[in-house]
Design a protein around this ligand. Structure first.
Ligand code: GDP
Length: 139
């Protein structure tokens, strides 16, 4: 199903470093409209659920610890071709490989602490949005 929405999280490293405002500004300057926004903190259990798809990966336990280590900001974003254009804006998973000007190039500190999440498909955008917002029909 095509959609013009995606889901993002400003991750604990970026929030703790005081970069949430700068990142949000870049998102808006690139044409994304914020439809919903929540400052929250994931428990280890919830972080594990969110990244369940990576359960078998060697970095899973570290990822869960990192994602539950501090505050995050969850957002639903709207734009044309939202999923793909947002993945382009955030850059490669590993900031060493991220293109100049991307959010990860600007703010990520490692392949794990990479500042921001972006859904990788329309289906996952919907699932991930529902994970954080139980009242999406309002937005
Ligand atoms: P994304 O779609 O670009 O976020 O990348 P993935 O879905 O492959 O991985 C999910 C998240 O796991 C990444 O954003 C990183 O925070 C973390 N991650 C991915 N690969 C590695 C890795 O090799 N080592 C560690 N420590 N974390 C990783």
């Amino acid at each position: 199903m095509a959609t013009n929405r995606t889901f993002t999280m400003i991750k604990p490293d970026a929030f703790a470093a005081g970069n949430a405002g700068a990142i949000t500004k870049i998102i808006e300057e690139n044409g994304f409209t914020i439809k919903a926004m929540k400052l929250t903190k994931l428990s280890a259990e919830r972080a594990g659920q969110f990244y369940e798809i990576h359960k078998e990966r060697p970095f899973y336990n570290d990822l869960v610890a990192y994602m539950s280590s501090g505050s995050i900001i969850a957002m639903i974003l709207e734009n044309e071709n939202a999923v793909e254009s947002f993945r382009t804006l955030i850059g490669a998973t590993n900031p060493a490989e991220a293109a100049e000007g991307t959010i990860r190039k600007l703010f990520a500190t490692s392949i794990e602490a990479n500042a921001i999440h972006g859904s990788d498909s329309d289906e996952n955008a919907q699932i991930e949005g529902n994970f954080f917002f139980s009242d999406l029909e309002k937005f």
